[in-house]
Design a protein around this ligand. Structure first.
Ligand SMILES: Cc1cc2nc3c(=O)[nH]c(=O)nc-3n(C[C@H](O)[C@H](O)[C@H](O)COP(=O)(O)O)c2cc1C
Length: 262
């Protein structure tokens, strides 16, 4: 398989089913400029569409969102040290997280980093951004217990439902009771149709790959901030879907309890 098989993110107008073998024609001068312009326009429209989709995905009943503190883009721990020390953590101290810590982790997972286009910390096939991140909050300072959806564009939380749902999520994860002791649990979900609109049958694998990127970003940010997490893939889909109030077509991919390691 060629490295680029099935990926036509750089080929506006290409086929979407992974079978496209056409190459982008070489063009120069004013034609190249016009092509770049057209590509910029297409990228812009695709990104606007993805922004609108995720903003409208709204299961949130409240119109208000909760602003998160701005993320840091520098830190004390090197990427090499974070990689060398990363381990899955399943025992947590009974200590709450702060909004700074929560906001930083969410930014690492899916935060906006592009200045010209709203590109994100994790790569996405065709910049279509099929992932959503949910926060199942139990002990976060200055945040009520509840389930929230991260809104990357606003770097804010949109309430989904109130109450402490960590125990229910741990039960949905085949009774992995250690999860409920974390002050917060994140859930990464995917809307495969967002990516399928362009990539057809390859969309499912692309969305799974993207969940891996986001999860690794979370692992490394958590490590850098002296916290711990574990990527959990064992859970009952329907139970998690119901708990998070996911609409049809949005599937849970990973659960990640986060806390201070004990
Ligand atoms: C796809 C996937 C699913 C996983 N599911 C679970 C899980 O359900 N429960 C759990 O405790 N750990 C789970 N893990 C974490 C692995 O057990 C862990 O990464 C592995 O033991 C290696 O340890 P390390 O992450 O500390 O290097 C999962 C990891 C991956 C990549």
């Amino acid at each position: 398989m060629r490295a680029m098989d099935g990926y036509n993110g750089a080929m506006p107008g290409g086929r979407v089913d992974g079978s496209d073998k056409r190459r982008r024609p070489r063009v120069a001068g004013p034609v190249a400029g016009a092509a770049r312009c057209a590509w910029g326009l297409i990228m812009g429209l695709a990104l606007l569409a993805s922004v609108a989709t995720s903003a409208d995905a709204g299961k949130e009943h409240a119109m208000t969102t909760i602003a998160l503190p701005p993320p840091r883009t520098e830190g004390a721990l090197s990427i090499e040290t974070a990689l060398a020390r990363r381990r899955s953590v399943r025992t947590f101290a009974a200590r709450p997280l702060t909004m700074d810590q929560l906001g930083q982790i969410l930014w690492a997972a899916q935060g906006i980093t592009g200045s010209r286009w709203p590109l994100r910390t994790a790569p996405s096939a065709g910049a279509l951004y099929p992932l959503e991140i949910y926060v199942v909050a139990g002990q976060i300072k200055a945040l009520d217990e509840g389930i929230y959806r991260y809104r990357p564009q606003a770097h804010a939380l949109a309430p989904v439902k109130t109450g402490d749902h960590r125990g229910a999520l741990a039960r949905a994860a085949l009774g992995q009771g250690w999860m409920a002791k974390a002050p917060v649990m994140l859930a990464i979900t995917g809307v495969i149709s967002r990516t399928a609109a362009k990539y057809g049958r390859r969309a499912e694998r692309y969305v799974f790959m993207e969940a891996g990127h986001a999860a690794q970003n979370i692992y490394l940010q958590v490590q850098a901030d002296g916290l711990g997490t574990t990527a959990v893939g064992a859970f009952r889909d329907k139970a998690v879907q119901a708990l998070l109030r996911l609409p049809d077509g949005e599937v849970p991919l990973y659960l990640m309890p986060v806390g201070v390691p004990r």
